[in-house]
Design a protein around this ligand. Structure first.
Ligand code: GDP
Ligand code: FO1
Ligand code: CA
Length: 317
């Protein structure tokens, strides 16, 4: 079975680990969000691609959910000693090596998709990991700071400000001009099922769908498209999805996220058992819906979520 998954960072990566346990024989292509990418110290950092690569390759810091295991921060400390920032972004020594290799290959002329493939030959994630695009896309967030409207990088909004102020708008800068990376549209067209993991619907899945051609290809693939809610009990399980959903005028609820994707895109939607009363509203919107446990407490529980998603896909096929 060929499965295509649109993934952000932690939510996407953890779901993929469960999917691999649930469907070990499946051929999985991951279309990764690159809107979180940022240039720091002259290096290209791709947090969501790296989170998927490290999580599936056994190199992730499990507690944190991002960055490397067994990490140290000597380079960051030395940079700070020179007064070179930003200090608010935690790049570790082991992680730095990934960004150095990536930046060197990009400078040599390789596209991000080829660089990602090369990095994955070390990590063997067991999936085909494709960036959504080889073109630069950067998510920016409009906020009011000290009485002034400013547009800042998504990482500054999340990591520096911890989403402590309202997001007034979220803009995937460059998305309109971006082309899907090689293999993305082909993978979608060849898929037997397409899954939206419980990733952020605005700054992860939403950014991938903002690349012209990807949303259309999914809608036209003619195969089941099933998503899992990242919102449980009217709040994100972690992160700032509530803040960025508000910016696009969507309530932080499992039903509202399904309706935001819409029946033109989604055939099936899983909500957590605590949101069982949302099933009716989602089905009224034309999307088949089931309430099942959606907390990724361990790989076994996550594998069961993946089985439920695949079962729902068969039901709507
Ligand atoms: P990020 O790029 O690291 O923010 O990761 P993603 O975009 O892939 O996923 C973030 C989303 O995962 C957040 O909105 C969380 O609410 C959601 N999430 C994290 N853990 C869980 C979980 O155990 N269950 C569910 N249903 N959602 C989760
Ligand atoms: N997230 C944080 O909350 N603080 C950090 O200092 C931080 C550093 C970092 C470094 C490399 C990397 O791959 C990810 C990192 N993240 C950090 C996660 C990052 O914010 C991601 O974009 C998440 O996916 C949030 O959507
Ligand atoms: Ca992310």
């Amino acid at each position: 079975m060929r499965i295509v998954v649109l993934a952000g960072g932690i939510g996407g990566a953890r779901f993929l680990r469960g999917l691999q346990q649930a469907a070990p024989e499946a051929d999985v292509t991951v279309i990764g969000n690159t809107g979180d990418d940022i240039h720091l110290f002259g290096l290209k950092v791709c947090p969501d691609l790296d989170t998927v690569m490290y999580t599936l390759g056994g190199g992730i810091n499990e507690e944190q959910g991002w960055g490397r295991t067994d990490e140290s921060f000597h380079v960051k400390e030395e940079l700070a000693a020179y007064g070179v920032g930003p200090e608010w972004f935690g790049l570790g020594d082991r992680d730095f090596a990934t960004h150095i290799v990536r930046t060197q290959m990009l400078a040599a002329g390789y596209p991000l998709s080829a660089v990602t493939e090369a990095l994955c030959t070390r990590w063997n994630p067991g999936v085909r990991l494709l960036p959504m695009s080889d073109d630069r896309v950067e998510t920016h967030v409009a906020v009011e700071l000290d009485g002034e409207r400013k547009v800042i990088h998504f990482q500054e909004y999340w990591v520096k400000l911890r989403a402590s102020v309202a997001a007034e708008a979220v803009v995937p800068v460059g998305a309109e001009q971006a082309k899907p990376a090689p293999g993305v549209l082909e993978a979608i067209a060849a898929a037997d099922v397409i899954l939206f993991p419980p990733s952020n619907p605005v700054v992860s899945v939403g950014t991938i769908l903002a690349v012209p051609g990807i949303r259309e290809a999914i809608a036209e693939a003619g195969v089941p498209v099933v998503g899992l809610s990242p919102i449980v009990g009217n709040a994100p399980v972690r992160g700032m999805a509530d803040k960025v959903l508000a910016a696009v005028g969507v309530e932080a609820s499992a039903a509202a996220v399904a309706e935001h994707y819409g029946s033109g895109l989604l055939d099936g939607w899983l909500v957590d058992t605590v949101d069982a009363d949302a099933v009716g509203a989602v089905e009224a919107a034309g999307i088949r819906c089931r309430a099942v446990p959606l907390m990724m407490t361990d790989t076994g529980a996550t594998a069961e979520m993946a089985r439920q998603a695949l079962a729902l896909a068969e039901e709507v096929r």
